[in-house]
Design a protein around this ligand. Structure first.
Ligand code: OFO
Length: 170
């Protein structure tokens, strides 16, 4: 049984994960429009990852006897000044999400909800990985600049990213 505070916080995080998914799908459309298919693919995979995070929370709320409440999803930003600016925005976004997950873990401790605290450990590790991945892309892109052969090489590498549902069953 979830306390009201935890239930509300988990539902808010469920919405935040869908907002993340929508943001990355919008970034995918932006990169596709820029002719950067690898980056568009990377963002589509990110969209799928965020949906899997939302689904993990959705299932957890049900498992604990709650009912997920689907809140409205924000309209995402449509354009960025440059490819690197889009990845920098993604990094800022992930740092914000990490802060939210940490607050949620603090709340679980405060409410003595050890099961939720335990479930959140997966998200805490996932955030470390997400921030590190985007940080490394941003620094590579800064090294090669916002156009030219270096950028196209990074783009080509990103075509290989595929979705693996790590959130399922973890
Ligand atoms: Fe769900 O990890 Fe990104 O936002």
């Amino acid at each position: 049984m979830l306390t009201d505070n935890i239930r509300k916080a988990l539902n808010d995080q469920l919405q935040a994960e869908f907002n993340s998914a929508y943001l990355y799908l919008s970034m995918s459309a932006y990169f596709d429009d820029q002719g950067l298919e690898g980056m568009a693919n990377w963002m589509t995979v990110q969209f799928e990852e965020e949906q899997s995070h939302a689904l993990k929370l959705f299932r957890y709320i049900i498992e604990r006897g709650g009912r997920p409440e689907l809140q409205a999803i924000e309209q995402p930003q449509r354009d960025w000044d440059s490819p690197v600016a889009a990845f920098e925005a993604s990094l800022d976004h992930e740092r914000m999400i990490s802060g939210r997950i940490n607050d949620l873990a603090d709340l679980a401790v405060k409410e003595k909800d050890h099961a939720t605290h335990n479930m959140l450990q997966w998200f805490i590790s996932e955030q470390v990985e997400e921030e590190a991945n985007v940080e490394s892309i941003v620094s590579q892109m800064k090294m090669v600049g916002d156009a030219g052969p270096g950028l196209f090489m990074i783009d080509r590498e990103m075509k290989g990213r595929t979705f693996v549902n790590e959130a399922a069953g973890a």
